[in-house]
Design a protein around this ligand. Structure first.
Ligand SMILES: Cc1cc2nc3c(=O)[nH]c(=O)nc-3n(C[C@H](O)[C@H](O)[C@H](O)COP(=O)(O)O)c2cc1C
Ligand code: SF4
Ligand code: SF4
Length: 262
């Protein structure tokens, strides 16, 4: 394969972008970062792609760890696409810094605005508003694929200056605590023990032993467990009660069953 695109996704936005990019670029394989987590990744394609969501104005911890283990030639073309909902901060700059620490760097980096999934703050937007964002997504993916094909080098996109400053401070403060933030999850009495939350967790952090789920404190905060629960039984503190869940309508729940080794 000419292109290998690594992705991480909780509710499907980044998976959609990874798939659309693979189709536009042609000759591409997509690989779940959760599948290769914790391993050295030594590969030699012509181009490497990274697609992931922005979390707390930065990159998900699992993506950060993946970048530390990437073992590729220094002249490979690496591009990244971060999906975000409002303000991406310096997420792509951060990914670039991780690569630079290994003597690599991003050849190009792009942001794509998608429906938000951070349900403690807001519920899913209407399907009409989602459709508008998906239309823009497909236009931007086509543009990105053309640029990548042309071999252009492009500075990673970022949001407004003020978001970058505040965002970096928030990320620095929050990232050491992310694994334990699952203490806020609980399942209400509508849980029927179906086990789907366990199956969709990309890092094996949810266990359902014939009882309601428990969380094991190695959480990535992707919100897949809560958003994909078919009964809407999972809550985060009291912040998600009565809020409409978000699941990208262009992917299916089965896409998430096979993403981790757990
Ligand atoms: C824990 C968490 C933190 C987030 N932080 C941000 C953020 O700082 N800025 C932003 O624009 N979107 C943020 N989002 C929204 C996601 O980046 C966005 O919805 C993304 O497209 C979700 O991708 P996915 O469906 O592939 O998981 C956050 C979402 C989560 C779950
Ligand atoms: S997915 Fe929902 S209903 Fe199924 S076990 Fe998990 S919390 Fe219970
Ligand atoms: S426990 Fe839930 S939020 Fe945490 S990593 Fe697993 S699916 Fe994502």
């Amino acid at each position: 394969m000419e292109n290998i695109i690594f992705y991480f996704s909780g509710t499907g936005n980044s998976l959609q972008v990874a798939r659309d990019l693979a189709r536009e670029l042609g000759n591409s394989e997509i690989v779940s970062i959760a599948k290769v987590a914790g391993r050295e990744v030594k590969i030699s394609p012509k181009r490497i792609g990274l697609v992931f969501p922005v979390y707390m104005f930065g990159i998900p911890l699992i993506v950060r760890d993946f970048l530390k283990r990437l073992d590729v030639s220094h002249d490979v073309y690496i591009f990244a696409v971060a999906t975000f909902a409002g303000a991406a901060g310096e997420a792509l700059g951060q990914a670039n810094n991780e690569l630079k620490a290994r003597g690599l760097k991003l050849s190009s980096g792009f942001l794509i605005k998608m429906p938000g999934n951070y349900i403690p703050l807001y519920e899913a937007i209407s399907s009409e508003r989602q459709a508008k964002l998906f239309k823009k997504e497909s236009q931007k993916v086509r543009k990105i694929a053309k640029l990548i094909h042309s071999g252009v080098k492009k500075k990673p996109e970022k949001s407004f200056f003020i978001f970058n400053i505040i965002g970096s401070a928030i990320y620095k403060n929050m990232s050491p605590r992310i694994f334990g933030l699952d203490k806020g999850f609980w399942a209400d009495d509508s849980c029927n023990y179906c086990g789907i939350c366990q199956k969709v967790c990309p890092v094996g952090n949810v266990k359902v032993f014939g009882k309601k789920p428990i969380w094991l404190h190695k959480c990535e905060q992707c919100f897949a467990c809560l958003q994909w629960c078919p009964k809407g039984a999972i809550q985060y503190q009291k912040k998600t009660l009565f809020k409409r869940r978000y699941r990208n309508p262009n992917v299916s729940i089965e896409d998430f069953f096979d993403t981790s080794e757990n």
